[in-house]
Design a binder for this molecule. Structure first.
Ligand code: HAM
Length: 416
């Protein structure tokens, strides 16, 4: 039996990969203009990093990590998300010692052992940014705007930005108590998931899809914010309004990772099924300290690239096409074929997309191949042409033929 890819993974074949390249290129370009620099961190880290960073009681760490002992008996995990590794690198490389706000972006695969469905995979990809060292609400707005701009520049319509404040640890503790008091009398009618979340992570209970009808009148986090948290949140909103970024406040928005403080946000899109969150992020003012650095504030987001691809497809966004084949070279006879190999390499060095046959096919089959590749020109070199120092060139769209001196072929192609 042939071997198949593991459940929850995908192959991205030519034809689809161009969409990925388009997303990455667009996102990188937006980051460049927002003055964020790329960072690359390992795909696996010590398990402890995610336990401390993402949080012991989160679904991710409790159930979804790919964790194993390596041959040196160290507990290693494939990264389930990007932030913890970037924070570790920020601390380990003392990037906090730089005099400026440290603005980073990254892209790559993440791994979570989840039940696969449309838009949910076990290996998935994120494009993310993290900005360290500033508590200014203007940077919250910058980060939110950056993610939004990536979607709009990709040509995606109708992305919704939802924001909330999850406060600081003190306001969250007060909220938690009040929420538990509200939930306690309903405990028995709630689903198993909610019951266990009440123990481990009560803030996530209100996220439950099945129990929503029990939550009318539940206390809201925003009512528990202290002065500092509320004014930060108000300032973020006024910056977003000033920048013209459309957003709405979702007081129920709590994220699935433990590190958030103050601003939390998600990007949502229609038309890709039940899972409509295409990206999310927030501020994490305690995380750097928790990972072992001097305490520096941070904020960032992760965009899910699989979900972005789904939205692009659902909205029928046209992906800019790669350059087509400019020339397909045909050599007739041994000497001419040797010359073609040389010529082909010269064209490629000169920036021209060119191809030849490697299957020993007859002229007619090679012409068909040129057609399939949508080649602009077919250039034929036979013994006669070789002797005359010329090459016959046929424009495929018109059938028009001409002879070009071999020595001028490269420059002729660049101008035709
Ligand atoms: P997250 O909300 O867990 O946040 O993931 C961010 C995005 O990754 C999601 O909105 C979704 O689009 C995508 N995603 C998550 N899990 C899967 C999956 N199994 N399959 C496909 N796509 C998925 C984070 O990871 C944080 N590190 C974001 C952040 C950065 N917060 C601050 N800085």
């Amino acid at each position: 039996m042939s071997i198949q890819k593991p459940k929850g993974t995908q192959d991205f074949l030519p034809g689809t990969v161009e969409t990925w390249q388009y997303i990455e290129k667009t996102a990188r370009d937006v980051c460049r203009r927002f003055h964020y620099k790329e960072i690359r961190t390992p795909i696996f880290e010590h398990t402890e990093l995610f336990q401390r960073g993402v949080g012991e009681t989160t679904d991710i760490v409790e159930k979804e990590m790919y964790t194993f002992l390596d041959k040196g008996k160290r507990s290693i995990s494939l990264r389930p998300e990007g932030t913890a590794g970037v924070v570790r690198a920020y601390v380990e490389n003392k990037l906090y010692a730089e005099p400026e706000v440290c603005k980073l972006y990254y892209t790559g695969p993440m791994f979570r052992y989840e039940q696969p469905q449309a838009g949910r995979y076990r290996q998935f990809h994120q494009f993310g940014v993290e900005a360290f060292g500033a508590t200014d609400p203007a940077i919250d707005a910058e980060v939110i705007a950056l993610g939004y701009t990536i979607y709009t520049e990709l040509g995606i319509q109708g992305v919704r930005v939802e924001i909330n404040s999850v406060g600081n640890p003190a306001s969250r503790a007060a909220y938690r108590e009040s929420l538990l008091a509200f939930l306690e009398p309903k405990r028995d009618v709630l689903c198993k998931d909610c019951q266990s979340r009440m123990e481990r992570n009560p803030l996530r209970v209100l996220d439950c899809k099945v129990d929503q009808h029990h939550f009318a009148g539940a206390p809201e986090l925003l009512e528990f914010l202290d002065e500092e948290c509320s004014s930060h949140f108000a300032a973020v909103q006024s910056h977003l309004t000033g920048m013209g970024i459309p957003f709405s406040i979702n007081p129920r928005l709590v994220r699935g990772l433990d590190y958030y403080t103050h601003t939390a946000f998600e990007y949502k899109a229609e038309g890709i099924g039940a899972i409509d969150t295409i990206g999310g992020g927030g501020r994490y003012n305690g995380l750097v300290g928790q990972i072992g650095g001097n305490d520096q504030p941070g904020i960032g987001f992760g965009i899910g690239l699989e979900r972005t691809v789904l939205v692009l497809e659902a909205q029928g966004v046209a992906i800019p096409q790669e350059a087509e084949l400019a020339a397909y070279l045909v050599g007739m006879g041994e000497a001419a074929e040797r010359e073609v190999t040389k010529l082909l390499y010269q064209l490629r060095l000169a920036g021209i997309v060119a191809e030849k046959d490697y299957l020993g096919r007859k002229m007619k089959a090679q012409m068909k191949s040129a057609d399939r590749f949508n080649a602009k020109y077919v250039a034929i070199l036979g013994d006669d042409e070789l002797a005359a120092g010329e090459i016959s060139v046929k424009r495929m769209s018109t059938g028009e033929q001409t002879k070009v001196p071999l020595s001028e072929f490269t420059s002729w192609l660049t101008t035709h």
